[in-house]
Design a protein around this ligand. Structure first.
Ligand code: HMG
Ligand code: MG
Length: 296
């Protein structure tokens, strides 16, 4: 049975742009976010307060945040205490922290092995919770790691559990390199719903091998109703070899709405945002929805 409504969390301004080779002008990012907000998103990842040496594209995080906060839920990513200190200077109330399941991925992405990273992040999550922040924990390489291969489901559950015990409100569980199949998506998310029945569970699929829509459909069948998507299918993690775009917002909205599942998102408005951002990118966006919805 399908849910009546789902929540779509737009991650294009963050995951979508972080891997982009061209430095996108701050003003274009702000317009992109504003157009997306006009499409109806109630939750969005705006940017990340990561090291600008590691991800120069995100160096304007403060400016983006200060310009784009509104009454909806706006996430910003923070990788460490230094990032959190920068976030505290803004009016943000929802912070996303991130950790992978695999040691090799965490070493490349955060310069720490998994346990070392968790021992820094978990006390930070507890502290932020006591200050009233909403905490989203993004769990990378939950299915496969580009360096270590298939992850053991028990290791994924173990990492998720640590964040839930530290007080995380939400787990966004990711197929970082788009290798999961619908069977695997169903198995992991079934287990997650059993283990963490009072935590918001979100599925984050990259579409590297064209599996993302099928995986979302599999997740819907096991009761998941929150999905991270990126306008234009932009995205990828610079530290995960072979990680390409997130599942495209427009494909997910189209599929769900056609199946009678309400998203609250206006597809034509999403395409205006895609149209705005494309000239600033190093590649063209090939989504078919553009010609279908933009030219009214
Ligand atoms: P490090 O080099 O170990 O950190 O990197 P450090 O503490 O030694 O600092 C190095 C320099 O960076 C210092 O500057 C720090 O001040 C500065 P210096 O003294 O040399 O001038 N620095 C910072 N500056 C600003 N903000 C900060 C910050 N931290 C340090 N927050 C670190 C460790 C975690 C910082 C680094 O590895 C990093 O920034 N990693 C971010 C990687 C990233 O952004 N990945 C993409 C997001 S995760 C993702 O996409 C996956 C997801 O979509 C789910 C999925 O699909 O799997 C969520
Ligand atoms: Mg991602």
């Amino acid at each position: 049975m399908l849910p009546e409504n789902v929540s779509i969390i737009e991650v294009g301004p963050r995951d979508g742009l972080q891997n982009e080779a061209n430095q996108v002008p701050t003003e274009a990012k702000i317009q992109f976010i504003q157009l997306l907000k006009g499409a109806g998103f109630n939750e969005m990842e705006l940017t990340s307060f990561v090291s600008p040496k590691w991800v120069p594209q995100m160096k304007d995080a403060t400016e983006i945040t200060d310009s784009c906060l509104d009454e909806t839920r706006n996430f910003v990513l923070a990788p460490n205490r230094k990032g959190v200190e920068r976030v505290r200077l803004t009016d943000v109330s929802a912070i996303a922290v991130f950790a992978g399941v695999s040691n090799s991925f965490n070493q490349k992405n955060s310069n720490r092995k998994t346990d070392e990273l968790l021992s820094e992040l978990l006390p930070l999550v507890q502290e932020l919770k006591s200050e009233g922040y909403f905490i989203r924990a993004c769990i990378s390489t939950a299915f496969y790691c580009p360096y270590e291969g298939k992850m053991d489901i028990e290791d994924t559950i173990r990492v998720c559990k640590k964040f839930v015990e530290a007080g995380a409100d939400e787990l966004s569980v990711a197929d970082t390199i788009g290798m999961a199949t619908p069977e695997e998506a169903s198995a992991l998310f079934t287990r997650l719903t059993k283990e963490f029945s009072s935590t918001m569970l979100t599925a984050h699929f990259h579409d590297t091998r064209g599996m993302a829509l099928a995986n979302i459909y599999a997740c819907l069948q096991v009761g998941i109703s929150r999905f991270d998507t990126s306008a234009g299918g932009l995205g990828g993690c610079p530290f995960a070899k072979g990680a390409t775009g997130n599942v495209a917002t427009e494909s997910v909205v189209y599929m769900l709405e056609r199946m009678g599942v309400s998203t609250g998102i206006n597809l034509a408005e999403v395409m205006k945002a895609v149209d705005l951002i494309e000239p600033h990118l190093s590649r063209s966006i090939t989504t078919p929805f553009r010609s279908l919805y933009l030219k009214e």
